[in-house]
Write a protein that binds this ligand. Structure first.
Ligand code: ADP
Length: 400
């Protein structure tokens, strides 16, 4: 950290099943400045540690042999902290912000973690069994490394707690809603970041009718009005909505019943199929990565990209209907920010909504890619979930 930043820093942790991503922000008078980020990938298999500075320059890139591999998230955090320690240069850790996938129905904003909160978060594990346990393991590891340092949980679901009952419910008897079977929605930290950033750029735009397309390996869209989520494509789990890198997205529930009853597939087989072998990867038979699919140019690759674009386009129409129109369409995340061919496929046929791309601006990555003078603005904005978490953490603990 630079000498003037010696005071304090915020650490952001995002623990996945086999990865621990992190970012470090300096707390300065003018606000938060990201200083470092990186990740430990391949936890439990072949760990790979990378650490970058704020310019993106790689400071550490290390693979571990079997004998020296750090154990679990706790071991990974130890390696991360050992690498950060000399860089922190005496700066104290003011707080640690954690990304937590599920906050359930009650937690509609970031919270300071206490024993009671941890108990609540553990109780939500059945709602997100693939993510929540790893998020909680990250919190527990950080609490052991930094006793006494405030830990803050920021939820992917929280931003969507403003959805109406009509938007959040399934058409099931109410007892299921009462048991927590409802559309929670995810990617909330990304949507909140984009909505706040647009509002900071232009207050009128930030409060207008926005549709944000977060298209990465995980993909969803959100209709935002007045800065609040009104509807989103992911539902009870992060499996619903548009197709993704390896996830199927929305599926007629009858297909699952047929797989169980007629194809004799087990729930484990189906879970694996729908989370890991479907979506762009399953359809193309090539990869989950749009770059590889575009390069392959096979019939199956074309079919996968066409279907992906069709479903995203269809959701844009549906979400526009949910908020009575659209003033701006915003693309974000890996595919949304980079894949101009996919953006072009999605927007082709949306002219009826007032959405038309300027092909040159689209190829040049914008940031404004709609045709000049059209009623709907089309924008590209990079998302930054870590910055959103850091902002929330700072708001909860204060500067001093
Ligand atoms: P995650 O959900 O894992 O955070 P990202 O938001 O990083 O995912 O998105 C990763 C995906 O973005 C890749 O799998 C790839 O499909 C797509 N992508 C990234 N860069 C490019 C690019 N330059 N051109 C096309 N697609 C890209």
């Amino acid at each position: 950290m630079s000498p003037e930043a010696k005071g304090s820093a915020l650490l952001v942790l995002n623990a996945g099943s086999s990865s621990l991503k992190f970012a470090v922000f300096a707390v300065e008078a003018r606000g938060l400045t990201q200083r470092y980020d990186g990740q430990m990938e391949g936890i439990g298999a072949a760990p790979h540690f990378t650490l970058r500075d704020a310019t993106g320059a790689m400071l550490t890139d290390r693979r571990f042999s079997e004998t020296e591999a750090p154990k679990g998230h706790e071991g990974a955090l130890g390696v991360i902290l050992a690498a950060l320690s000399p860089l922190l240069d005496g700066a104290s850790i003011r707080a640690i912000g954690h990304r937590v996938v599920h906050g359930g129905r009650d937690l509609s904003a970031p919270v300071m973690i206490t024993d009671a909160i941890m108990a609540k978060l553990h109780a939500l594990v059945p709602l997100a069994p693939l993510h929540q346990p790893h998020n909680l393991a990250g919190i527990e590891a950080a609490a052991r490394h930094f006793p006494g340092v405030p830990q803050i949980a920021c939820f992917d679901t929280a931003f969507h707690r403003t959805q109406s009952h009509a938007a959040a419910t399934f058409a099931l008897p109410p007892r299921f809603f009462d048991q927590g079977i409802l559309r929670y929605g995810f990617h909330g930290l990304s949507y909140e970041y984009i909505a706040r950033r647009l509002a900071a750029e232009d207050a009128a735009l930030g409060h207008s009718r926005l549709i944000v397309a977060h298209l990465g390996n995980g993909a969803s869209l959100c209709a935002i009005a007045g800065g609040q989520s009104r509807a989103t494509t992911m539902g009870f789990t992060a499996l619903d909505g548009v197709p993704m890198g390896t996830r199927s997205g929305q599926l007629d529930p009858g297909v699952v019943l047929h797989m169980l009853d007629s194809l004799q597939m087990t729930s484990k087989d189906i879970t694996h199929l729908l989370y890991h072998d479907s979506g762009l990867k399953g359809m193309s038979g090539i990869s989950q990565d749009v770059r590889a699919i575009e390069a392959a140019g096979t019939e199956a690759a074309e079919a996968a990209l066409d279907h992906f674009a069709f479903r995203v386009r269809r959701e844009i129409g549906a979400l526009a209907a949910s908020i009575g129109g659209i003033d701006a369409l915003v693309f974000t995340a890996g595919i949304g920010e980079n894949a101009h061919g996919v953006r072009a496929r999605i927007c082709a046929g949306l002219g009826f909504l007032g959405i038309n791309l300027d092909p040159a601006a689209n190829a040049a990555k914008g940031p404004e890619i709609g045709r000049a003078g059209d009623p709907v603005r089309v924008l590209i904005r990079p998302t930054d979930e870590e910055a959103m978490i850091a902002e929330h953490a700072l708001a909860l603990v204060g500067r001093t």
